[in-house]
Design a protein. Structure first.
Length: 579
């Protein structure tokens, strides 16, 4: 699990001194504590979070961030932020900026330890020369397609390239000329000379450098050869003195290659430890696929609230504490599994239930006129801001003769077990009075557009002095005082729990995009206390769910995103499992 969350950046380390004395809670902490006991790294714990700046961070990265930074914090160590920027065709400054913003939003800080693989291009080049001189690397003229063909399969060994037997002198000359830009893009690569018959495909002479004339976001046009991720990653860890290189399980098969590089160079050797990645139902966490959703217009950007990116979740209203608590709650394991998205929503809902103030808003307004309430009169009623936290106090909400309620809260012909408003039926208005429907006005299509009601002035506060009961309590908004707003209701982005599952030939995950993942409502009516709501503020709209003010809001035009509904399906699942 993540270490001791939530915590602040200012006093986090002080809080974590107490946690240092706690027992390990997962296999990574057990390894770290054993290394500390034996002084394997002179008592140091130094981790890193190594994102590629080719997209926005997503919920899967949040788990890695919690583990990388959490382990360092728990054991009074350090955690670097290192951008593995080895592919200039995909990397942009906007991604770097968004990654840093997301990490800080989650509650972590790398302080002055911000690094880039491109910082080490010179050292990586020198180390490549060293491997060539040792006869451990060679320049290959095979094309990318030929390299794949020669590589073999999982059941058949690979074949040596016809250029594998080049002399050390020839390889040194060719690699130097590659560096000088004397050859066309893709015409040559530098490969490690390991074993083309190895059972692990990563050990079959992997590519270390390729020729690529592309302007790098930091080094410009200084280089025309770029290291591969596999060549840069382990050596970058070594240069930074990383002790525990924590990564997701798909890198387990790469570990022997990283070990081979470090051992043959004779440099500092971090310990790589793999954990299962976060797989979430109804969610895709492939950066390549998320980019397709953005570029092909399925969503409105990387921060679209339907996206599983941290930027999207922040815009949707997810509190960072709830994401940290979720990462802690799912734990750290070796075995791959799929976590139900309802569990993440449960942690969001749980946090907001305790911290978000309650307000009243009507999304689909139906006008109500209280015939026996004095015209022109307005009174202020006391409303509780959050029953889970008395310190949040109360607020005043105006009540008048004309109100709005939800269209769904009225049925002219109510079905069985429908207890809300209907002709001749009495209900309670939240914090206000009992009201009874006495007449219905309809439009030419027969749709109810206005209800005429009466109220009982003796039931102020929502209780009847004569003890009569009602079976429903409705939220409402005073019409003269209401403010207008737009509301976006978000559903899951995919219709399948496993979005990559497809039916029929030629279809991919995009065939499972939910066409009804967004519903935009206008003309919603909100209580006047929300007129000063600021971007990012979170609220519970009573009976409707949790909402957040969208960045597109202005003083004259408020826009709210629904963060999550009130219905907690995960809590019901857990209850059933316990039963």
């Amino acid at each position: 699990m993540c270490a001791a969350l939530p915590f602040s950046l200012v006093n986090g380390r002080d809080n974590l001194q107490e946690d240092r004395r706690s027992k390990p809670t997962n296999f990574i902490e057990e390894i770290v504590e054993e290394d500390l006991r034996t002084s394997k790294y002179e008592g140091r714990v130094h981790t890193r979070f190594p994102p590629e700046p080719n997209g926005y961070l997503h919920i899967g990265h949040a788990k890695a961030i919690c583990i990388d930074f959490g382990i360092a914090l728990k054991y009074n160590g350090l955690c670097n932020l290192r951008f593995d920027d080895t592919n200039p065709t995909r990397e942009e400054q906007q991604y770097i900026d968004s990654i840093k913003e997301d990490i800080r939003w989650l509650g972590f800080d790398w302080k002055d330890r911000e690094y880039y693989a491109s910082d080490y291009y010179g050292q990586l080049y020198d180390w490549a020369i060293d491997l060539i001189k040792k006869g451990k690397a060679y320049v290959d003229d095979l094309s990318a397609e030929q390299i794949r063909e020669y590589r073999g399969t999982l059941t058949a060994p690979g074949r040596d390239s016809p250029f594998r037997s080049r002399t050390i002198e020839e390889n040194l000359e060719l690699f130097t000329r590659m560096r000088k830009g004397e050859f066309p893009d893709g015409s040559k690569v530098l490969r490690a000379k390991i074993d083309m018959s190895a059972g692990n495909m990563n050990m079959r002479d992997p590519v270390m450098y390729r020729i690529l004339r592309a302007t790098h976001h930091r080094t410009g046009d200084e280089w025309c050869i770029y290291p591969t991720y596999d060549w840069a990653h382990g050596q970058s860890d070594s240069i930074e003195g990383i002790t525990h290189s924590l990564c997701s399980l798909e890198f387990e098969d790469h570990r022997p290659l990283y070990d081979w590089f470090l051992d043959n160079l004779g440099v500092h050797h971090p310990q790589q430890i793999e954990f299962s990645r976060l797989n979430l139902s109804y969610t895709i966490t492939s950066t390549r696929k998320l980019r397709k959703l953005v570029e092909e217009g399925f969503v409105k950007g990387w921060d679209d609230p339907r996206m599983p990116t941290l930027a999207g979740m922040r815009r949707r209203g997810y509190p960072p504490e709830s994401i940290r608590n979720f990462c802690e709650g799912i734990g750290v394991a070796k075995a791959e599994s799929v976590i139900e998205i309802a569990k993440l929503e449960h942690f969001v809902r749980d946090y907001m239930n305790r911290n978000a103030p309650r307000v009243m808003g009507v999304l689909r307004p139906l006008k109500v006129v209280i015939d026996n309430y004095p015209e022109g009169k307005t009174e202020e009623l006391d409303a509780v801001n959050n029953p889970e936290d008395e310190s949040m106090g109360t607020r005043k909400v105006p009540f008048s003769r004309v109100l709005y309620i939800e269209q769904d809260d009225f049925r002219e012909e109510p079905p069985p077990k429908y207890y809300r408003l209907a002709p001749g039926r009495e209900v309670r208005l939240r914090y206000a009075y009992f009201v009874k429907c006495v007449d219905v006005k309809k439009n030419k299509d027969g749709k109810a557009v206005e209800l005429r009601c009466t109220y009982d002035p003796k039931t102020r506060g929502g209780d009847s002095p004569d003890g009569r009961k009602v079976k429903a309590t409705l939220h409402w908004v005073s019409a003269p005082d209401a403010i207008d707003a737009g509301v976006r209701l978000y559903d899951r982005l995919f219709t399948r729990g496993a979005p990559d599952e497809v039916d029929g030939e030629g279809k991919d995950f995009r065939a499972n995009v939910n066409p009804r993942s967004l519903e935009v409502l206008s003309g919603c009516k909100l209580e006047p206390s929300l007129s000063t709501a600021r971007v990012g503020s979170r609220y519970q709209f009573e009976r409707l769910g949790y909402f957040c003010v969208d960045p597109e809001s202005t003083e004259r035009s408020l826009v709210f995103n629904r963060t999550v509904s009130l219905r907690d399906t995960w809590a019901k699942i857990e209850k059933a499992q316990r039963g």
